[in-house]
Design a protein around this ligand. Structure first.
Ligand code: GLV
Ligand code: MN
Ligand code: MN
Ligand code: MN
Length: 408
């Protein structure tokens, strides 16, 4: 069976790459940190006896042949990039768990009918370019030329960052994977929520992934002297934006299911004695039900328009990404549940609020996910934690599920 100690050691080694002074990690896409993480992962793939290759999007694959090399493969995946000041488990657990499964199969001489591959996708988080899942989008052929023009805060586009990393964005189409080459996609991931902790269970079966809509709101008022402009004569872009942040919270809360977050704010010109003339806000809206999410968005747009109209502030919306929710395959869910039963774990089903590469890979083949319990539900935070025992339990479930799917 899988070696929990080896998995834990590799998680700890990978966590050293991009480590910040406060204990968080920062591995943004196409940086030397993401590169170093992929190089380390490639060395683990080699130790595991896999054949290693990287595609034009920087997706790193390790493959183990089956009895029949020509049938569609089972793909296991996740990512090694992180958000700014992220934790040690979001992403790495799925990649290293996949390698652990294949290394165990090699050590135990287990044969499978299908080939099995593990992939470390490029940039799942979207932390650098406000566009996530770059690698898995490339795999499905949905990464458009406009997508490649998304820029980071320094004005560097994805295209440019790829060139700087030695990748040719003009050949991005070469990363496309045919649906005929894949039988199933599986991802092992930390829950990033508190459901499993509440249920006192180490792992869970994911039902589907909530769809994110990411927008940028630009407010244009008028900058002016903070000392001489009476309160009634202002067109303060930040005061308008602050009201809209409240609207986001109200409208999302009212549904009981949608989550809405303003995570970035920039006020210009940014002086202590200057009325802010321009503000940009980010908006992240998610729901497992697309119509509910889009209803919240519609009401936010309407009420934000009223706020700005009243204040003499112009408002525009830019769409950064919009994805529908992705349901997990019923068959894969049943296979994961059977693996849980075999391990004496009550199969508990739960949705994913966080986005994952599986949302895109689901366009190519049936998709399923296994969640591992998160301590206090904390994630995208240096305090993110899952115990060694829970990571090992999740990896065992992954092993049994892969074994089942690779024999079908
Ligand atoms: C990334 O993990 C996201 O869900 O935004
Ligand atoms: Mn993740
Ligand atoms: Mn994440
Ligand atoms: Mn994610």
């Amino acid at each position: 069976m899988v070696d929990g100690g080896r998995l834990w050691k590799r998680l700890s080694e990978l966590a050293e790459i991009g480590k910040q002074e406060d204990g968080g990690v920062a591995r943004l896409s196409f940086t030397k940190e993401e590169r170093a993480a992929k190089d380390l992962v490639a060395s683990y793939m080699q130790e595991a006896g896999l054949s290693v290759r990287e595609d034009v999007a920087g997706n790193l694959f390790g493959r183990r042949e089956g009895r029949d090399p020509n049938v569609p493969a089972v793909l296991i995946g996740s990512h090694v990039d992180s958000v700014l000041n992220g934790g040690d488990f979001d992403g790495p657990l799925g990649v290293l768990g996949g390698i652990e499964v294949l290394q165990t199969m090699n050590e135990e001489g287990v044969e499978t009918e299908r080939p099995v591959e593990v992939v470390a996708f490029t940039d799942e988080e979207g932390a650098r370019f406000s566009l996530g899942m770059i690698g898995s989008r490339a795999l499905t052929g949905t990464l458009s030329p406009e997508d490649l023009r998304h820029e980071d805060r320094d004005g560097v586009s994805i295209e440019q960052a790829m060139r700087d990393a030695g990748l040719d964005p003009g050949k991005i189409g070469d990363a496309v994977r045919s649906p005929d080459s894949l039988a199933a996609y599986l991802e092992l991931h930390i829950e990033q929520g508190k459901v499993l902790e509440g249920e006192n269970l180490p792992v869970g079966v994911v039902t589907g992934i909530a769809g994110p809509a990411w927008l940028r709101l630009s407010f244009t008022g008028e900058a002016g002297h903070a000392g001489t402009t009476p309160m009634g004569a202002r067109r303060d872009a930040l005061a308008a934006a602050a009201e809209v942040v409240g609207v986001v919270e109200e409208e999302a809360s009212a549904t009981g299911s949608t989550v809405g977050t303003v995570g970035q704010i920039e006020a210009r010109p940014g002086g202590i004695n200057i009325i802010p003339g321009g503000v940009e806000l980010s908006l992240d809206l998610r729901d497992i039900d697309e119509a509910v999410r889009d209803g919240v968005e519609g009401r936010i747009r309407e009420r934000a328009g009223e706020v700005c109209g009243r204040r003499g502030v112009a408002l525009s919306f830019e769409e950064l990404q919009r994805l529908p929710p992705a349901p997990c395959s019923e068959e894969i869910r049943a296979s994961i549940a059977a693996a849980c039963e075999k391990e004496g774990i009550k199969p508990h089903s739960l949705p994913s609020g966080a986005g994952h590469d599986g949302m895109h890979v689901a366009e190519l083949c049936p998709m399923g996910m296994i969640f591992v319990r998160s301590k206090d539900g904390i994630s995208h935070n240096p305090k993110e934690w899952s115990s060694r025992e829970d990571c090992e339990a999740g990896c065992k479930i992954l092993y049994l599920t892969v074994l089942d799917l690779a024999e079908r």
